[in-house]
Design a protein around this ligand. Sequence first.
Ligand SMILES: Nc1ncnc2c1ncn2[C@@H]1O[C@H](COP(=O)(O)OP(=O)(O)O)[C@@H](O)[C@H]1O
Ligand SMILES: [Mg+2]
Length: 476
Amino acid sequence: MSALHAAPDIFEIKHNDSAEEPQLKDKYSLGEDDEVVSQSDAPQESDYEEEVDESVREDMKKLENTFPGISDRFRLVNRIGEGTFSTVYKAEDLHYDAHKNDWDVLTSAQDSYTEPPSKRRRVEGEQAGRKKAKYVALKKIYVTSSPLRIQNELELLHDLRGCSSVCPLITAFRYQDQVVAVLPYFPHTDFRIQYRTFMVADMRHYLLSLLTALNAVHDHEILHRDIKPTNFLYNPELKQGVLVDFGLAERQGSEYASPCLCTHQSYARRSRILSSYFSKNPPTNGLSAGYPKNDSRPSRRANRAGTRGFRAPEVLFKCTSQTTKIDMWSVGVILLTLLGRRFPFFNSADDIDAMIEMSSIFGTRRMKAAAAMHGQIFETNIPTIGEKGYSWEKLVKWSSCVEDLTESELQATRLLSGLMDLDPSKRLSAEEALQHEFFTDPVHHDVKWGGHPDPDDSAESAEEEEADEADEVAML
Ligand SMILES: Nc1ncnc2c1ncn2[C@@H]1O[C@H](COP(=O)(O)OP(=O)(O)O)[C@@H](O)[C@H]1O
Ligand SMILES: [Mg+2]
């Protein structure tokens, strides 16, 4: 067993003492299954064991048996995440006291925070008053991931150590072809539970933390590429979150492809478009329905890694000069989800569907201009897609089923339009977004959301989960 990296540095998280009410009190109340203990006997966090499914227990046993030495250092507690590229476990760090833990500024914040007591039982035979357990998240990266990909994720995390709101890498272990990254465990609430209860003030805290993380990541010229709620672990009590999952992240400009037309001056772009085959041979009898059978056009390759519903327009248009602005679009999608109270907001099955969704909002005129910027032609004969599109204000109103937006919602909607600009050069950067009036001069006029959750929504979560896990790395 060998340690690949050690990244002992500051993990900055501050407890916010703001007087605002935490939104999720209900979730933290005791459930019927929970054992109630009297105050005087109040046990420590470490005296509880989470209730774990038999299949998860077996899975954890398997890891302990196949990864020599892991159980000497960690006590696996539960499986907390299962994605396309990894399985993540919560584990107690048994050797915590044997190391210098500079990364652990979290402790003081967590000391004043108690995790929801759901489904936990007292561990038999353990003494109350025992030393508080220190938890980590063990990310077991699937052996099917390429070694380069694993190295990339660990290297970028190492580079980002010390960045505020970015989950630090403590260390990593390898045994044969298995790699396990060790990260501090960050208690958080599932986005699906919290997004509909969010007031604009909560959105502000959420975005402030996310944008702070991205500002630091982008400062290092790193594109995260997979910004979405499951990769930003948010704790509404602490009003802080941490950005995780750098599995698809890359350094800006690391793609070896010819620069996209969007990097040229607009006059050069115009002349290239005017001299294109399409401009010189426009279709005479309108658009034909369907796809060309023997498409002889040269295919274009660009990085499309990301999750459907969160991909920026330039990713869909196969721009070969993608920048950190692709992450800012995804932040916009999260804000749209929060303001529109719908998750997932975009639900397309593929990139063509995703373009149709976008065109329904932006209209064909702006979509054509956005495509042309990357040397692409956008045409559609879908009759419901108009030329002009709709304003964000209208969309947010329709989506959240309200007649008027509050002043604070209007302010958030102005930030939204800055984040969801089709043109990446005009789209706000993280640094600019942090200077937006939404943060610097916040309007506090807000009312509790009066909408009612759709009763069918609880049934949709399995499907949503699938959609959300639709990460893919594709070069087309
Ligand atoms: N440091 C952490 N603390 C708590 N939970 C975590 C942590 N890191 C990851 N997780 C959980 O595991 C899930 C998957 O982790 P992630 O790094 O996104 O892996 P993947 O590449 O498989 O998506 C996250 O969505 C989160 O629920
Ligand atoms: Mg993930």
